[in-house]
Write a protein that binds this ligand. Structure first.
Ligand code: HEM
Ligand code: HEM
Length: 189
């Protein structure tokens, strides 16, 4: 078996998972920064015409990539590296809980964004690269729009909090145990 696909201590994640991890990381951090910037501007801000459609279409792309990621995890399940044995049990549980929260939130946040954009009255629709518009299934309704807007915001910032913890964990083990078993960063590089 080739090196990246062996299982156990010190081995790496399969190449497709590593590529997808960094692609999703860039897109998600970019979407949070873009969303935060957009939401703080007036609706007639000159950047709105560029930022809103791109936030929506890249957000939908992240949702599709989250499905691809789950498929790859299932496909490569037997080859995913184990949690390092020298981690304390609470550290293993915390890191796994954060991985699963991040996975769930990258599916839920774009769906709530779509629901918000799909229920707004007189909105600009939901573009997606080669499709002119994604069909909007929800009825136009101010109350539903306000609810989805709030849920989208909470989910996006909760995702950010989880990602910050996730990065803090990787950096902590890098600094404390560089080259050791709990230094998991090289498994993702
Ligand atoms: C993982 C994907 C996504 C992330 C991380 C994300 C993140 C965010 C964040 C952080 C905000 C700012 C919230 C605030 O401060 O009020 C925001 C706003 C917004 N998002 Fe997303 N978003 C994602 C996907 C989507 C999708 C798929 C759509 C629509 C199809 C969408 C539509 C919007 C809209 C319209 C706003 C502006 C809301 C306002 O003006 O109050 N988002 N997003
Ligand atoms: C939005 C940004 C990010 C997301 C959504 C994310 C998501 C994930 C997920 C779901 C996993 C579990 C493995 C898998 O199922 O594919 C993972 C693993 C990992 N991530 Fe991230 N990640 C992000 C950013 C980062 C950054 C910036 C770093 C570097 C400091 C990082 C370092 C790692 C490492 C080292 C692992 C392997 C952990 C282990 O083997 O125990 N991630 N990431």
């Amino acid at each position: 078996m080739s090196e990246p696909f062996r299982r156990g201590r010190g081995v790496k994640y399969p190449v497709p998972i590593r590529i997808l991890h960094w692609l999703r990381a860039v897109l998600i951090l970019g979407l949070i920064a873009c969303g935060w910037y957009m939401a703080g501007r007036a609706e007639d801000d000159p950047t709105a015409g560029i930022l809103y459609p791109n936030h929506k279409q890249f957000g939908i792309l992240v949702w599709l990539l989250a499905l691809v990621h789950l498929t790859l995890r299932w496909r490569y399940h037997a080859l995913l590296p184990h949690a390092p044995e020298t981690l304390k049990p609470w550290e293993t549980r915390l890191s796994q809980a954060i991985h699963w929260l991040v996975i769930a939130l990258t599916l839920l946040t774009p769906l709530l964004g779509y629901a918000m954009s799909s229920s707004v009255i007189d909105g600009d629709g939901v573009p997606f690269f080669f499709l002119s518009h994604v069909p909007e299934f929800l009825p136009k309704n101010d109350t539903a729009f306000a609810l989805f807007q709030t849920l989208h915001r909470y989910c996006a910032y909760f995702l950010l909090a989880c990602v910050v913890l996730h990065i803090a964990g990787a950096v902590k083990h890098r600094l404390q145990d560089k080259g050791g078993e709990t230094d998991v960063l090289p498994r993702m590089l």
